[in-house]
Ligand binder design. Sequence first.
Ligand SMILES: [Zn+2]
Length: 277
Amino acid sequence: MPELPEVETIRRSLIGKVVGRTITAVEVHLAKAIKNVPEEEFVHRLVGTAIRELGRRGKHLIVYLSSGDALVVHLRMTGQLLYLPADLRRHKHTSAVFIFENGQALHFVDQRKFGCLHLVAVGQWSEVSSMRGIGPEPLSDEFTVKYLAQALAGRSGRIKALLLDQTLVAGIGNIYADESLFRAGIHPARPASSLNRTEVEGLHHAIREVLAEGIAHRGTTVRDYYDGEGKAGEFQERLAVYGRGNLPCPRCGTPVVRSRVAGRGTYICPNCQVVRP
Ligand SMILES: [Zn+2]
């Protein structure tokens, strides 16, 4: 699933291609992908508008339009946004196509079909269910050690589950949760409230470092993720634990173990991340 670094990479790869373009037609191939307005209204409000800016909030890509609306895209499991010629033969997993005046188009391709499109007036973010109560951006000044310490205090839930909770902090998914916890030397099954101040500081630092590196290396391609130009990311080559079951921990050489924490496949080094205190 594309997480913050992947969505940010998609955003950056598309800015130079779509900002300033006018949408001349919209094809909807999977009506259920549109969540908050009827299909006809969705198409009507998009056609004739120009793309003003591309933003991101957590795992959401936000397409700001000249009409004052914003198209909010959540790629969920397998969604892809690809800038390709408009006359390309439609892929069988194409959910929608946004056609521009220059003969190019943004193709929303989604094999698992969980991706979501919302069309809202700019600022009406609460109409997007997954943006309701969304937590701070982890790379923003709002996400401080103090904030994280307060958010974890008194929470008996497992630390990994809380990192995946988008209302606590936005944009972290399975890959970057595992990598952050490994770097901080924290076992993902630890109750959040058991982390001491030093561990919270270490985790805060690890989250920001891992996400920044993920962006610098254009995201992690393990299966379906490609940027807007169809290019794979490079961070998969730098993962310490995620997807590396039985391979040596880069820090101590102990084989990485795959287990299940918070209902998700979870990778840890059993030597570097111990369950205590
Ligand atoms: Zn280790």
